[in-house]
Design a protein around this ligand. Structure first.
Ligand code: ADP
Ligand code: 5GP
Length: 185
């Protein structure tokens, strides 16, 4: 690949459908490389270590920060999340396009450190639909849902910081749009 591979960031409020859209796209295009983040949050039922996240405790997360092993990291709704630097740089060096699914604070850090990154914002069709999706997922207790909705207000207000907005009305359609933007279609 002669062109420099692209780092693409997908952000958007919790519950908007980021994981669903990315999973749908990767079912048809498993060659798209998605970074696996590190988190201090506990696994949801069905989530596997090393596949959905690397689940670590606070001490391990501290060490990753201290050793400069994270490309970016943030506190989101009471837990820490970060992108392992080594794997991302290795993929980019090898010409593989990289996708990060991270929050607004992480997207801002990537913008600072990698100006050429493409920042995509996944928006809900409406606020009420976002609340329905986040609640309907049934993976968080009410107090955590409320924290995530507070964060969602801040994330939605930052939409203009992103290069492109995709509205998640149809999973199939957004997955196709994402694939095209990744340059993999
Ligand atoms: P995120 O990764 O952004 O937190 P999820 O992918 O977990 O969000 O999706 C949250 C909920 O919304 C899930 O129950 C998912 O099935 C549902 N969902 C995702 N996209 C759509 C869509 N386009 N229409 C209806 N429901 C959706
Ligand atoms: P969840 O707990 O629902 O899996 O993720 C919560 C939020 O953390 C989502 O907005 C998700 O995109 C974000 N997130 C996941 N991994 C990372 C990461 O490595 N860095 C940052 N900054 N945010 C992340």
């Amino acid at each position: 690949m002669s062109e420099r591979p692209r780092l693409t960031v997908l952000s958007g409020p919790s519950g908007v459908g980021k994981s669903t859209v990315v999973a749908h796209m990767r079912k048809q295009h498993p060659e798209v490389w998605l970074s696996v983040s590190v988190t201090t949050r506990h696994p949801r039922p069905g989530e596997q270590n090393g596949i959905h996240y690397y689940f670590v405790d606070n001490d391990e997360f501290d060490k990753l920060i201290a050793n400069g092993e994270l490309l970016e990291w943030a506190v989101f709704a009471g837990n820490r999340y970060g992108t392992p630097r080594g794997a991302v740089l290795e993929k980019l060096d090898n010409g593989v396009p990289v996708l990060l699914e991270i929050d607004l604070q992480g997207a801002r850090q990537v913008r600072e450190s990698m100006a050429e990154a493409l920042l995509l914002f996944l928006a809900p069709p409406s606020w009420d639909e976002l609340v329905r999706r986040l609640t309907g997922r049934g993976t968080e207790p009410q107090d955590v849902i409320e924290k995530r909705l507070e964060a969602a207000k801040i994330e939605l207000a930052a939409e203009s910081e992103f290069d492109t907005t995709l509205v998640n009305t149809s999973v199939e359609q957004v997955a196709a749009e994402l694939l095209a933007l990744l340059g993999a279609a």
